[in-house]
Ligand binder design. Structure first.
Ligand SMILES: Cc1cc2nc3c(=O)[nH]c(=O)nc-3n(C[C@H](O)[C@H](O)[C@H](O)COP(=O)(O)OP(=O)(O)OC[C@H]3O[C@@H](n4cnc5c(N)ncnc54)[C@H](O)[C@@H]3O)c2cc1C
Length: 543
């Protein structure tokens, strides 16, 4: 095995969290930082053109190409489960929606961990610190940071009508979803710069790539952690990885930081002997730390994509159906970086309650002026919009588990969608609410006709069944290395993100969320990395 050297910090995974962490830790000129990424450079044109999202999903150049296990809640379907495999990670292939979630999400994390440092008022400064908000600095927004937040560069008559219909149904208009209370309906803010995707790599990595104390290695697949034992027990001393057909190891003097994401981080831990002992032993891996929670507690948002045929409205389906239409769209982007090619896949959002008794919105809408059978398939030939709705705080829990000791074998991903009665009830309520919105006066000029799931689903039971038929991931897996109190047997990391029972090792990505946030998960993940950097700095500054 070749040596890739010795560093103070070894960071595994250059995704949303890894790029932030590499930037922050290498600010200390005396600290040597190595960032290792399995994917390549983010130099593929479709990463940067917003609509190119559709070319990046399912593409081995940018995606790990995972699939879920067949899921009983979805009638036995297996879903594609995209995860970015490139500098920037999933922020290079995601929908670019800038969303922090709700204040209550973080207050609950603080309760669950017993650490007030995770409360909303404590993490808000971290969101603001890296933000460059289109409206400038305010009590809830930051300006001048690396993470650019812009307004979208297009609107659609059909989406404006949906917004009005939502208002007629009691969902107020809002202009900003990010002040801690996201209730209401409006156009999403996006992570773009003048109509071009702004990913974690461009924001946090490229500007500091020249720092002499930061080494970035791409095309290097981390296979396992190097765990040694001293008089205090197991300690992580770095990683083993394969790059360019060669096996390498890199030593970490201070810490190894896992930022390989909600699938990659628990996978690497399990391969390294950190996880449920029985699972590891069944694959011939000797347990180093018997941590039952590694790979458990998988949470995701299941989007229920309701499709409505419309009349007399412009939608992407029909605009992009001819060569002339495609040319016009291409020209508009080339000249002004606007129009459909600058489009985040979802433009209009709404946060609503599935039941008046729910304290804060538990449903999120992503409304799109387009429709398709499923991702990877062409747009429908008829004019239509999609009202995708997801339950923000599902109670279903899944797992990520190794299937072999071979680190190149994908783990089994089992989200167990709709596996609780509560989730099925909320899904039925979500579909019923969508029908009420679509029946509101503002949408009637477009004669909306439900194409999916179809009006033959009527009772609560039928609607729950329909949810299983049309439901698919909205790409937000989290929670598989959850943080918790020392006495929580399912906790994998403590509130300082240190892996329980193994020194010199932290997880600092979407995997540590004990509960999923009530919104899209990218910026909350970056906040976690920002927080981790502060914790690591505080830990080492006086040594
Ligand atoms: C298609 C899609 C659309 C989405 N849309 C949105 C959206 O609009 N808004 C939003 O807020 N969120 C969205 N999300 C979710 C959001 O992007 C993720 O929650 C966030 O990027 C997770 O960050 P992370 O750092 O935990 O993981 P990632 O960003 O996935 O980073 C993990 C990195 O680790 C690398 N890695 C993994 N294993 C290894 C290994 N063994 N060796 C070396 N490197 C490894 C990966 O290649 C990757 O670069 C979307 C996600 C997807 C996939």
């Amino acid at each position: 095995m070749e040596s890739a050297g010795e560093y103070d910090y070894v960071i595994v995974g250059a995704g949303s969290a890894g790029c932030v962490l590499a930037n922050r830790l290498s600010r200390d000129k005396d600290a040597q930082v190595l960032l290792i990424e399995a994917g390549g450079k983010d130099d593929y044109v479709w990463i940067h053109i917003p609509v190119g999202y559709l070319h990046c999903i399912g593409n081995p150049r940018t995606d790990w190409l995972y699939r879920t296990e067949s899921d009983a809640g979805l009638g036995g379907r297996s879903l594609i489960y995209p995860r970015g495999k490139v500098l920037g990670g999933s922020s290079s292939i995601n929908g670019m929606i800038y969303m922090r979630g709700q204040a209550g999400d973080y207050d609950r994390w603080a309760e669950l961990t017993g650490d007030p440092g995770w409360r909303w008022d404590a993490v808000l400064p971290l969101f603001k610190q890296s933000e460059d908000y289109h409206g400038g600095a305010s009590a809830v927004h930051g300006a001048g940071g690396e993470w650019r937040v812009e307004k979208q560069r297009l609107s659609w008559k059909i989406l404006d009508a949906f917004r009005e219909a939502a208002e007629q149904t009691g969902i107020a208009r809002v202009d900003d979803f990010n002040g801690g209370d996201n209730a209401g309906c409006g156009y999403f803010d996006v992570n773009q710069k003048r109509g071009i995707r702004w990913n974690a790599s461009k924001a946090f990595l490229r500007p500091v790539a020249g720092r002499p104390n930061l080494t970035i290695m791409t095309g290097c697949h981390v296979e396992r952690l190097v765990i040694e034992r001293d008089e205090h027990g197991p300690v992580c001393r770095g990683v083993q990885f394969t790059g360019g057909g060669t096996a390498w190891n890199a030593r970490a003097r201070r810490e190894t930081l896992l930022t390989a994401g909600a699938i990659g981080s628990p996978h690497i831990l399990q391969l390294s002997g950190i996880g449920p002992a029985a699972l590891l032993q069944s694959h011939g891996i000797t347990p180093v730390a018997d941590l039952a929670g590694v790979g458990e507690n998988l949470q995701d948002h299941l989007q229920l994509r309701m499709v409505y045929k419309v009349k007399g409205a412009k939608t992407l389906n029909t605009m992009a159906s001819t060569w002339y239409g495609k040319m016009k769209i291409g020209l508009e982007y080339a000249l002004r970086q606007s129009g459909p090619m600058s489009m985040a896949p979802s433009q209009l959002g709404a946060f609503a309650r599935s039941d008046p008794g729910v304290a804060t919105p538990d449903l999120e809408y992503h409304v799109q002026p387009l429709s398709l059978e499923k991702f990877g398939e062409p747009l429908h030939a008829f004019p239509a919009f999609t009202a995708s709705v997801c339950h923000l705080r599902p109670t279903s829990r899944g797992q990520v588990r190794i299937v072999s000791a071979d680190s190149f074998a994908a783990p089994a991903i089992a989200p167990h969608y709709l596996s609780t009665a509560e989730d099925r009830k909320t899904a039925a309520a979500a579909l019923a609410l969508t029908r009420r919105i679509v029946a509101a006066p503002a949408l009637q000029p477009f004669a909306p006709e439900e194409f999916k799931p179809g009006l033959h689903f009527q009772t609560e039971e039928e609607l729950a069944q329909a949810a299983g038929t049309i439901g698919t991931t909205i790409f937000h897996p989290v929670g598989t290395c959850k943080m918790g109190r020392a006495d929580d047997p399912a906790a994998v990391v403590d509130p300082a993100l240190r892996v329980i029972g193994v020194r010199g090792l932290r997880v600092a990505d979407a995997a540590i969320m004990p509960n999923i946030t009530s919104g899209n998960t990218n910026s909350p993940t970056m906040m976690i990395a920002e927080k981790a950097a502060g914790l690591i700095h505080a830990c080492w500054k006086n040594r």
